[in-house]
Design a protein around this ligand. Structure first.
Ligand SMILES: OC[C@H]1O[C@H](O[C@H]2O[C@H](CO)[C@@H](O)[C@H](O)[C@H]2O)[C@H](O)[C@@H](O)[C@@H]1O
Length: 566
């Protein structure tokens, strides 16, 4: 039988807009002129709003570049002057906004929190929504060639710091927190904005910037809608969202995201992978990516750029999870991997669509999606589940597929390293709450080495990348805690409470020292922030706040239980 091998893969890349091409040139010039260092952030330059039309600004930049002596380096003072004269501050096109549904002390707020210190902290976090709420300035729609921002119809909550725009998967935990805070209309507004973006693009971009149009992020839109429905029981949002979710589902289940794998019993399964439509440096990190691929052949560079952008689509940018040698970005293989979490999220999306369609009275769609969910569950259990090890593993596609693009299955192609993602299917309801496998999964999690004093580590490998050891990310904690709690296992439920308490203690202790909430923490040591990756740790922080409020709502905090690091 003839085989199709990896080097035959075609990456179709979308076009870079003239505005982005220009801002990348500015970013490159800024690095040369101002020098690098830990505070140089390439994203800053592609977020700069232009004061004047693109042709005027480009001309001024050309004049500045050609007037600088010898090579291309512009003197720092001249660069700074150019920046001040021709650009507004990044984020100035996203004015702050006070959500109309905000009150400083919401009714029935985290009722189970009896400890007054913890209640005070919860209210401080609640107040942070005011700092993180934004709306699109009217000028963005009026002058689209001067802003990289994607305008959206409703105000939204940003993660914080350098993340000045709306993000896809972050919004799920932000919405969970907003619902605890009683900001239901704000939560609905975010969903309305995301639905508008999906209608425009056919998928939800990574975030609200032009440079995120080449990829998506972990697909949690249907979960945001479900969270609001659980609170409000109003079917109207489900009905409006249904056709848009069908569009999103198509994006994830057609070429190039769809992958076919034949199991040992000759059954062919459909699963999905991450795949960015991009084979150049990411505009927001162009100078960084160019550095990573220096010295590689052009075709290798394109492949690495593609797998870098694809890792950003996974939300895990970057991690040894996607690297062939567990160490170097040049060995990323992200687009040749079938991820456990992505397929579990899609199972959840399919089950949600089946439910939403039933509520909307569209019985045929509901039946079809129940079948899709059932088939995906079967595929997850056949290709990704490992009965011996009691967990699910990502499947690394063998280099060659059979004719028809069908990949063979073999156990060695499961990536047996410990990652927090190996336990995400529990959250997505892939198993029934009383499934016999649950005991084994809890044992596997307990012996994985990932459960540490201050949370669940992302992996066991310390690569210096942010989605690796010893970093502990809020969404991963929350999904595993809720996954364990959703089982009928007493042990699972007890473990969920224990992880939640340690996580809250660590976030609390850090907040008492730095006065801020951080995007990621250190799983090893209580109260310490995370580190590594291509940017400094960011504060704010949307999903961190959402997870804390959601856990406090669920578990409360007894009056006599101390919080913080003991
Ligand atoms: O600028 C580098 C990368 O930054 C983002 O990724 C990280 O922050 C996001 C916002 O909190 C989060 O969703 C993601 O999981 C983080 O890794 C961005 O999403 C990337 O696309 C971008 O390249």
């Amino acid at each position: 039988m003839s085989a199709v091998c990896e080097n035959a893969t075609v990456i179709s890349s979308i076009q870079l807009s003239p505005l982005l091409s220009f801002l990348i040139a500015v970013q490159t010039a800024a690095l040369a002129s101002l020098g690098g260092g830990p505070n140089f952030d390439p994203k800053f330059y592609v977020d700069l709003p232009l004061k004047y039309p693109l042709n005027v600004t480009t001309k001024a930049f050309q004049t500045l570049s050609s007037s600088s002596s010898q090579n291309t380096t512009i003197p720092p003072s001249a660069f700074q002057q150019f920046q001040n004269s021709y650009f507004d501050e990044p984020g100035s096109d996203l004015p702050a906004y006070t959500p109309a549904d905000y009150t400083p002390t919401p009714a029935n707020f985290v009722p189970g929190v009896q400890n007054q210190q913890v209640r005070k902290w919860a209210l401080q976090i609640h107040a942070l929504w005011l700092i993180l709420a934004r709306q699109t300035a009217a000028i963005v729609e009026k002058e689209p060639d001067q802003h990289t921002l994607l305008p959206v119809p409703q105000p939204f909550i940003i993660p914080g710091d350098r993340f000045r725009e709306v993000y896809y998967w972050d919004s799920y935990w932000i919405i969970r927190g907003l619902l605890v805070s009683g900001l239901v209309d704000t939560a609905k507004g975010i969903v309305e904005s995301l639905l508008a973006l999906v209608e425009q693009y056919g998928f939800m971009p990574n975030g609200g910037r032009m440079y995120y149009e080449n990829r998506s992020q972990p697909p949690l839109l249907s979960m945001m809608i479900l969270a609001i429905f659980k609170r409000e029981q109003d079917p109207s949002l489900l009905k409006t969202a249904l056709p848009v979710l069908l569009q999103e589902h198509k994006f994830w289940t057609t070429d190039p995201h769809i992958v076919l794998v034949e199991d040992s019993g000759c059954n062919v399964h459909q699963l999905s992978r991450y795949w960015a439509r991009w084979d150049s440096p990411r505009p927001e990190s162009s100078t960084t990516d160019t550095n990573v691929t220096a010295g590689l052949s052009t075709s290798r560079q394109k492949q690495v750029y593609h797998d870098i952008a694809t890792a950003a689509e996974s939300g895990w940018d970057f991690s040894s999870r996607w690297m062939q040698d567990q160490e170097h970005l040049t060995t990323l293989r992200t687009s040749s991997i079938i991820p456990v979490d992505l397929n579990s999220f899609l199972f959840q999306m399919e089950a949600n669509i089946a439910f939403f369609a039933k509520v909307a009275g569209d019985i045929e769609t509901s039946r079809n999606f129940s079948v899709f969910a059932k088939s995906r569950k079967k595929a997850i259990q056949s290709i990704l589940w490992n009965a011996k090890m009691g967990q699910w593993f990502d499947y690394w596609l063998p280099a060659c597929s059979k004719k028809g693009g069908i990949y063979p299955w073999n156990e060695e192609s499961q990536n047996k390293h410990a990652f927090a993602s190996n336990f995400i299917p529990l959250w997505c309801g892939v198993l029934a709450p009383r499934d016999k496998k649950i005991g084994k999964i809890i044992a596997a999690l307990n012996s994985s080495g990932l459960l540490l004093a201050a949370g669940i580590a992302t992996s066991l490998k310390e690569t210096g990348q942010q989605w690796d050891f010893p970093n502990a990310w809020p969404p991963l904690q929350h999904m595993i805690i809720e996954g364990l709690a959703s089982t009928k296992s007493h042990q699972g439920k007890t473990l969920a409470v224990s992880i939640a308490r340690r996580w809250l203690s660590s976030n609390y202790a850090s907040f008492q020292v730095v006065g801020k909430m951080i995007e990621k923490y250190n799983a090893q040591y209580c109260g310490q922030e995370g580190f590594g990756g291509e940017y400094n740790p960011q504060t704010g922080f949307g999903w961190t706040n959402g997870v804390v409020l959601s856990l406090l709502q669920e578990y409360g905090w007894p009056a006599d239980l101390p919080i913080g690091c003991s």
